[in-house]
Design a protein around this ligand. Structure first.
Ligand SMILES: Cc1cc2nc3c(=O)[nH]c(=O)nc-3n(C[C@H](O)[C@H](O)[C@H](O)COP(=O)(O)OP(=O)(O)OC[C@H]3O[C@@H](n4cnc5c(N)ncnc54)[C@H](O)[C@@H]3O)c2cc1C
Length: 393
């Protein structure tokens, strides 16, 4: 393994870092706590600046309109962008769009690419991904109830989804639905492209997340599909390939998420350090001179470095040996990094006392929304089971 960073990539990372710090840190709170749609033009202006810097859509190949970054390059960039909750959005590589773009790039027909991939990469439209259902365990998606039945040359979809992130204002939903209930378990479902304007596509509500409902990109929807009819041509990939496509989507996605979480960790650690240095705790000392705080700082730094090495090693494994070889490592980084994130955020919040509970710093937003890191893309327990089973075997 060689983790040397070529000078071109170093420049890209530094320039992204400067942009995030100068342009995003000062406005992120206003964006996060206001109405998304009312602030979209401000975000679009920032997106234009990112395009001018040549840093737009790093996850997409150059011929599709992106920067063509490798997985390792993207991992390092994701860490920088993760420092602000609006970082990935402003750079055009936000979840769930990034995963959907990767799917369309790899498996979309030329018509699908023209209709959906092009405007997604350019940032003209947004998309969402509808797999999880309130009535069934998302940890075992083979239990899915949503169906898509062929009627003439149309798919008719019926079902109930939730946690369809960013559905509010999205133009496209990539829906996982059972297309053949009699097929083998992992061949039952397919992915179907459903425009959200389709009759019967009902956005029931944006779900409050620990008291924060959000809007637009920053929201998670409950959705009903009531006899939604779309063309047969809206099938993504082959019939029955839904789970295999989902795996392809999640592999690199977990590297991006983990590095984004490590960006959050760094931000939280920096804020904890700054606050502890500035907070007088008695007439002679400030908080940073207390051993407990020093322990929190030292533990956080070591945990961040350990998680970072593990994630980069896993990215290297995927790039050099393929996803199959890295499957256990991918599970390991998912729960390990998500728990480091939770610990570091908790220490940062605690170190700030009452201030940590307020929205006067970014910590409370991260604390509220990133608790989910231990749940989405597979809860801790499922990933630990994968690792333990491999070791037991
Ligand atoms: C903020 C957020 C955003 C999301 N975005 C999306 C999205 O865009 N699209 C989408 O389709 N889904 C999305 N999800 C859904 C997410 O993928 C599911 O919540 C996740 O897969 C878990 O499924 P579940 O909620 O049904 O929990 P369940 O499957 O009911 O599991 C509940 C709990 O049981 C435990 N558990 C589960 N399996 C096992 C096991 N085998 N052994 C021991 N314990 C176990 C775990 O602790 C788990 O947390 C999102 C979720 C959140 C919180």
């Amino acid at each position: 393994m060689n983790f040397d960073i070529p000078s071109e990539l170093s420049q890209q990372i530094n320039s992204a870092h400067d942009f995030v710090k100068a342009q995003l840190f000062p406005i992120e709170q206003q964006i996060l706590h206001g109405d998304f749609f009312a602030q979209e033009s401000q975000l679009n202006q920032l997106r234009i600046e990112v395009k001018q810097l040549g840093l737009w859509a790093p996850h997409m190949p150059k011929n599709e309109g992106g920067c063509g970054d490798s997985l390792m390059q993207l991992a390092l960039l994701s860490e920088v962008l993760g420092q602000s909750p609006i970082g990935h959005y402003v750079f055009g590589c936000q979840a769930p769009d990034a995963g959907n773009m990767e799917l369309l790039h790899l498996f979309g027909s030329s018509d699908q690419k023209q209709q959906w991939l092009k405007p997604l990469v350019s940032g003209e439209i947004r998309s969402c991904f509808g797999m999880t259902e309130p009535e069934n365990a998302g940890s075992n998606p083979t239990m899915m109830s949503t169906t898509a039945v062929l009627d003439g040359d149309e798919w008719v979809l019926n079902g109930h989804k939730w946690f369809t992130s960013s559905a509010d204002g999205a133009q496209l939903c990539v829906v996982m639905a059972v297309t053949d209930p009699n097929a083998d378990t992992h061949r039952k479902a397919s992915m179907i492209l459903v425009p959200t304007q389709t009759q019967g596509f009902e956005l029931v509500r944006n779900i409050p997340i620990m008291g924060d409902t959000g809007s637009g990109y920053f929201s998670h929807a409950e959705v009903r599909l009531n006899n939604c009819r779309v063309s047969q041509k809206n099938l993504l990939g082959e019939i029955g390939s839904g789970f295999s496509l989902a795996q392809q989507r999640l592999g690199p996605g977990r590297i991006h998420h983990c590095m984004r979480w490590l960006g959050i960790c760094r931000r939280a650690l920096n804020l904890m350090i700054e606050y502890s240095k500035s907070r007088a705790i008695n007439s002679k000392q400030n908080l940073s001179q207390m051993q407990t705080i020093q322990t929190w700082i030292a533990d956080s730094a070591a945990e961040i470095e350990a998680a970072r090495s593990l994630v980069l090693q896993t990215a290297w494994q995927i790039e050099n040996k393929g996803f199959k070889e890295a499957k256990v490592a991918v599970s390991m980084i998912k729960y390990f990094t998500a728990n480091v994130l939770q610990q570091v955020l908790d220490r940062a919040l605690q170190s700030m006392g009452g201030l940590g509970m307020t929205d006067d710093t970014i910590i409370a937003f991260f604390f509220r929304h990133e608790r989910a890191a231990r749940i989405y893309d597979g809860p801790d327990e499922v990933h630990k089971m994968v690792v333990a089973k491999a070791l037991l075997k």
